[in-house]
Design a protein around this ligand. Structure first.
Ligand code: FMN
Length: 332
């Protein structure tokens, strides 16, 4: 390598490492963090780490890809906040389907206020399973989230009251199907119980201490939580579906990027977000969600949006794996 190239690459390597580290805060199904970053001097590669996949719950890797897509978007946000323009090549090698993306810094750009807001939201964002407060999410807020998802070719549909009732039926069917499936139960127990890997899975502090009063039943993790849910009923929640025209790996990865983009923006707006993915994981209820969308596309994930209670922030964050578990950095 010439000395000029080294000079150019050294700061890029540090920026890639920082982006991979920031991406560790991304949301993931059961907090599995199913990604692995390879930090090179001239690029950042994202791989799926299938050792943390959920073959019982997520046999086709859809939720794994959504999770990795969210991590990819987090890395993009972190690079932009460092003043870098990055080119992303999704699924760069058809012979290696678990190589999900390559990011390459292609230039520098002024750091915008929006980039700083997003990277701050990345630190604050979390899943909130408590009922939301009584203030409704505004139509303008939903429109803005729809525009943000649209930038990634992902559509956002706000469910009508009748469709929320249909969603509630689909969720309870999905829960019944999950309850009857031993592999499903065993996997959920592994990621929520005392045997969960250190720094991953769901600790009791983020799971409700009792079933919250909700129009659409929350996911049953089968584990007793310690998160006080209070007395509210989330009557003012808004339910949206992210959906799109394809059902392949590229589409699910993009859905994850859109999920992250929507969630970070919502966080900045003081909105609480709760994903509902069990209806997508089960074949029968995934088909119900497609029909609910009048077959206009494939449903990727359902989100409950509400106004977060400003007086009661969540007591703690879900833990994360150490950086060297989810990333490998080329020696200098
Ligand atoms: C693809 C995906 C699916 C998820 N599905 C659910 C779900 O069905 N129910 C739920 O309570 N949380 C769900 N979550 C939230 C994760 O459990 C959460 O992101 C993870 O535990 C990390 O916590 P954090 O979001 O607070 O950082 C999902 C997240 C992702 C990315």
């Amino acid at each position: 390598m010439s000395s000029t190239a080294e000079e150019h690459h050294r700061p890029a390597a540090a920026a890639y490492a920082q982006a991979a580290e920031a991406a560790g805060r991304a949301p993931s199904i059961h907090n599995t963090q199913p990604w692995h970053w390879q930090v090179h001097p001239d690029r950042l590669d994202l791989y799926a780490d299938t050792s943390r996949a959920l073959p019982g719950i997520d046999p086709d890797d859809r939720m794994m890809l959504v999770s990795c897509g969210a991590a990819l978007h987090h890395a993009q946000v972190a690079l932009r906040a460092q003043g870098h323009t990055a080119q992303t090549r999704p699924l760069p090698d058809p012979a290696q389907p678990d190589h999900l993306a390559t990011l390459v810094i292609s230039g520098d750009e002024p750091v915008t206020a929006e980039a700083v807001r997003l990277v701050q939201a990345l630190q604050l964002r979390h899943t909130d399973r408590r009922p939301t407060v009584d203030t409704p999410v505004t139509a303008e807020q939903v429109d803005e989230l729809r525009r943000i998802a649209g930038e990634l070719d992902v559509h956002l549909h706000k469910l009508t009251p009748d469709q929320v009732s249909e969603l509630a039926v689909a969720v309870s069917r999905a829960e019944e199907a999950a309850a009857a499936e031993p592999a499903w139960q065993a996997e959920t127990a592994r990621w929520t119980g005392p045997e969960r890997p250190a720094g991953a899975g769901l600790p009791p502090e983020v799971l409700p201490d009792r079933r919250p009063e909700t129009d659409v039943g929350e996911r049953d993790f089968g584990a007793r939580g310690a998160l006080a849910v209070g007395g509210g009923h989330d009557k003012s929640s808004t339910y949206v579906v992210l959906f799109g025209s394809d059902d392949d790996r590229a589409a699910w990865l993009r859905a994850g990027q859109a999920l992250s983009a929507v969630w970070l923006h919502a966080t900045g707006q003081g909105l609480a977000v709760l994903p509902y993915s069990q209806v997508i994981e089960i074949d029968g209820t995934r088909a119900m969600m497609r029909r609910l969308l009048s077959n206009l596309g494939y449903a990727y994930i359902v989100l409950r949006l509400g106004v977060a209670d400003p007086d009661h922030p969540l007591p703690g964050h879900t833990p994360r794996l150490p950086f060297d578990t989810t990333a490998t950095v080329d020696p200098a």
